[in-house]
Ligand binder design. Structure first.
Ligand SMILES: *Cc1c(COP(=O)(O)O)cnc(C)c1O
Length: 477
């Protein structure tokens, strides 16, 4: 497909919309107001412009046009009622500096969202400020640091299992901590012996995901939280995906002290391509004073903002976070209610286990156990025919599916991480299962078909390493 610059023809303009013709460039603009050098803009007729962008939009892949089982990303359907509510003029034209008596409704939505997240997770207080999961993590680690410093302890390290999302070690490192990685045990869970070996009075905390990125629930979580607390550390819960646990169990009951939630995963607000997202941070009582400012206070049915928490880590974003994302999540939670959210988790877990059971005959399954909302296959069996996880992912594109996450988590060789979510029908799951089985047959019978995939896309195999290391982000000078 040509770029819009390549379609440019001198003299074409969008101003002539009724008849396709070239513009008379001899316009009566005074000479002194004319550019010395032409702006490097494409010249194009409106109809070609429209076709160009509609054509591009049709090439877009999203959850609105394809099954999108991207593990760890929770690509559930984003109900359009969320969008409708978030586009109400009362929300979209509200200025963040409006006085509180004009913004009671918005403050109430934020306050109630915090309360609903507390009810789901068991945390005592929430801040909706962080603009993403990783932003929530760094906020949470800043809170852990502020807590220890207030108690006069200058702790130096954070322990993180090797199954963690890559943002965990970066968040801890950005806060100045030494990151200590511990290996998982053969069951894919935290190796308690390894944890005890590195745990000491310098440990500020442990960051964990539960269920972890293998989709496995850490059964020993109570023992883990006890030994970390006994050593004076705090527990951070990476709650980017709550899709397996809502209404089932709470991070607070597992012993976690601080956590983040991704509204743009579990709570159905759109994501991908860099946001906007929302990664609220929740804490237990003893950490509440450290939350970012402003916090929202309710008194006599009146909502107000509080800026003078003296122990607060301060501001982490302008104003109050991505408000319209919060509105979307609020609508989602209100519409589903307590039982609906519980059902979300039950169906999400059921769907993941359904695919896992159907595919485990054809693909190596990293851990043959009941999974939570996602699970990890590997292309080990296909490797002997020269087929890798990447080939399988690319072939799925030709078959009309967004590929699962591949090569993550890092602890499984040739990982293929599948998360179907609760919003897909059994028919869709079956079609995906059929495609995966077909691919496992192709791997034996016609591996080149897999090596050459994708053939249905505008570009074929890209050099992804070079694209990441040496990105050239412009078309012309
Ligand atoms: C997505 C994810 C994150 C990071 O969230 P962002 O909003 O992309 O910053 C962190 N941890 C886990 C487990 C995740 O799945």
């Amino acid at each position: 497909m040509k770029l819009i610059f390549e379609k440019s023809k001198p003299g074409l303009t969008c101003l002539n919309i009724y008849i396709y013709k070239y513009k008379n460039t001899d316009a009566s603009i005074p000479a002194n107001l004319k550019r010395k050098k032409l702006a490097n803009l494409p010249e194009i007729a409106e109809i070609d412009l429209i076709r160009h962008y509609i054509g591009l939009s049709k090439k877009n892949i999203g959850v609105d046009n394809q099954f999108y089982p991207l593990g760890s990303c929770t690509m559930k359907y984003n109900p359009k009622i969320n969008e409708e509510m978030a586009s109400l003029e009362g929300f979209t034209s509200l200025h963040p500096l409006c006085p509180e008596n004009f913004t009671q409704g918005a403050l109430q939505i934020m306050y109630e969202t915090e309360k609903m997240l507390s009810a789901i997770t068991g945390m005592d207080s929430f801040s909706l400020h962080p603009a993403a999961g990783a932003h929530g993590e760094i906020t949470g680690i800043m809170i852990i640091k502020a807590y220890h410093l207030k108690k006069g302890n200058k702790k130096t390290k954070i322990i993180i299992p090797d199954s963690a999302h890559g943002t965990n070690p970066s968040s801890a490192a950005l806060c100045g901590y030494n990151v200590i990685t511990i290996k998982s045990n053969p069951d894919g869970c935290v190796d308690i012996k390894a944890l005890k070996e590195v745990l000491d009075e310098n440990t500020a905390g442990l960051m964990m995901t539960n269920p972890n990125t293998l989709g496995l629930f850490e059964k020993n979580i109570l023992e883990i939280s006890k030994i970390v607390h006994d050593a004076g550390g705090l527990l951070y819960y990476d709650g980017a995906n709550l899709n397996a646990i809502m209404g089932k169990c709470k991070p607070a009951d597992m012993g976690f002290d601080v956590m983040h939630v991704n509204l743009h995963k579990t709570f159905s607000t759109p994501h991908g391509c860099g946001g906007p997202g929302s990664g609220p941070v929740g804490v237990k009582k003893q950490l509440a004073d450290f939350l970012p400012v402003p916090t929202i206070i309710k008194k006599d049915n009146n909502y107000s903002l509080c800026f003078n928490n003296k122990d607060s880590i301060g501001k982490i974003i302008s104003f109050y976070g991505n408000f319209l994302i919060i509105v979307r999540a609020y609508v989602y939670m209100k519409l589903l209610g307590k039982n609906g959210l519980k059902e979300v988790s039950e169906i999400a877990v059921l769907n993941a286990n359904y695919i896992k059971e159907k595919l485990k005959k054809y693909y190596h399954l990293a851990h043959d156990k009941t999974c939570m909302h996602e699970f990890v296959l590997s292309s080990k069996k296909q490797n002997e025919f020269g087929i890798h996880a990447m080939d399988i992912a690319k072939c799925l594109i030709d078959m009309g599916f967004h590929p699962p996450t591949v090569y993550f988590p890092l602890i499984v060789d040739e990982a293929i991480m599948i998360e179907p979510t609760e919003t897909e029908s059994k028919e869709t799951l079956d079609k995906f299962i059929d495609a995966m089985i077909k691919i496992s047959e192709l791997a034996k019978e016609n591996p080149d078909k897999l090596h050459n995939a994708p053939i249905t896309t505008p570009v074929q195999r890209l050099d992804e390493v070079k694209a990441a290391r040496q990105p050239i982000l412009k078309f012309c000078d």
